[in-house]
Ligand binder design. Structure first.
Ligand code: UT7
Length: 322
């Protein structure tokens, strides 16, 4: 039986930092409101010259270096993103070209904030089935391009960034299980109205930005994440105390605290990075993982619970023996 394991991690944040204080000068908000209601203190914004693939490329290079692999080794490339550079070529192909990788499948998938977990699950299946031997899995976003910088309810929340992992085959399970879900009936709670095919609804063209009923999303997020934590533990016959680190999607500290409580886990065992980059959608879980790996908190052999929730609505978790 072949399993997959995480062989290396990486991340990239654009240089430009936008603080809560700066946002006070842009919209009717306060530093204190943002920090206490969300946990966010600053976010990074991509330069005008940077697209999602530029961010993804940097994170990928770091992950490949950490895993000790080269472009020639990569035989599967997937990018979770909601903010592709172009309709096509997809971000996977753009990154593939930058990295000098030839021939392997390369694609992006949209599952909003759950994009990385969905992508990880795909790559894990390809490796476990023997169809791939070295997968590059990326979550990358330039959400600053699709938020309304005049809307205080959304612009204070989001940021840009990218995170990546390299998966390789192993005899012992690294990815123990992935659990994915979605419910399109909640689509109107969090969406972006612009597309390429559907006739736009009245008013959509005038507001081509992220639309969110924050309070309602919050409630569904807490309930759904509690459910997926329980499902993940049950599927692996594990007690809550078995988990060493919770590596959650970084959207709101209050949602993260609720999930930690469900796991009976002190916040010291939760990797929190949202204060530094806000909600970076598909990039947030791999970035948080990379932070905790590089600062030495996450060690080989630790049991990690990765989870995410976002537009669609979509959600997912991955239980990982690092
Ligand atoms: O990543 C994918 C999934 N997304 C999420 O998980 C986001 C989930 N939602 C949330 O994180 C929270 O609902 C928000 C942070 C978006 C909002 O927090 P909240 O505690 O749910 O606030 P609220 O929307 O109920 O608004 C409370 C008040 C309102 O004023 P009134 O009506 O009570 O007078 C808002 O107008 O806060 C006001 N408000 C703000 N005030 C200052 C909303 N945004 C701001 C702001 N600054 N930026």
């Amino acid at each position: 039986m072949t399993y997959s394991r995480i062989a290396g991690t990486g991340r990239y944040l654009p240089e430009r930092v936008l603080t809560n204080r700066e946002l006070e000068t842009m919209v009717d908000t306060t530093e204190e409101w943002i920090r206490t209601r969300t946990g966010i203190e600053r976010r990074h914004v991509a330069a005008d010259t940077q697209g999602t693939s530029d961010l993804a490329e940097q994170a990928a290079r770091q992950a490949m270096e950490a895993a000790g692999v080269t472009a020639a080794d990569i035989d599967f490339l997937v990018v979770g993103t909601t903010t592709p550079d172009l309709v096509f070529p997809n971000v996977g192909c753009l990154v593939q070209r930058r990295l000098g990788i030839h021939g392997c499948p390369a694609f992006s998938l949209e599952a909003a904030c759950s994009g990385f977990i969905y992508a990880l699950s795909m790559a894990d299946r390809f490796i476990a089935s023997g169809s791939a031997r070295c997968a590059l899995v990326i979550g990358a976003e330039t959400l600053s391009r699709i938020v309304d910088w005049n809307d205080r309810a959304t612009c204070v929340l989001f940021g840009d960034g990218a995170g990546a992992v390299v998966l390789k085959p192993a005899d012992e399970p690294g990815i123990l299980s992935c659990h994915l879900g979605a419910d399109g009936h909640y689509g109107d709670l969090l969406y972006h109205p612009y597309g390429t095919s559907r006739p736009q609804r009245p008013g959509d063209l005038e507001r081509p930005y992220v639309q969110m009923k924050g309070n309602e999303v919050f409630k569904v997020a807490v309930k759904t994440l509690e459910g997926i934590v329980d499902e993940t533990l049950a599927a692996n016959h594990l007690e809550r105390s078995a988990i060493n680190w919770l590596i959650p999607h970084q959207a709101n500290i209050r949602i993260i605290q609720a999930t930690a409580k469900r796991l009976d886990m002190p916040m010291e065992r939760v990797v929190l990075t949202l204060q530094d980059h806000g909600n970076t959608s598909a990039a947030s879980v791999p970035m948080a993982l990379d932070v905790a790996v590089r600062d030495g908190r996450v060690k080989r052999g630790d049991l990690l619970l990765l989870e995410a929730f976002g537009g669609g609505l979509t959600w997912g978790s991955a239980l990982v023996r690092f």
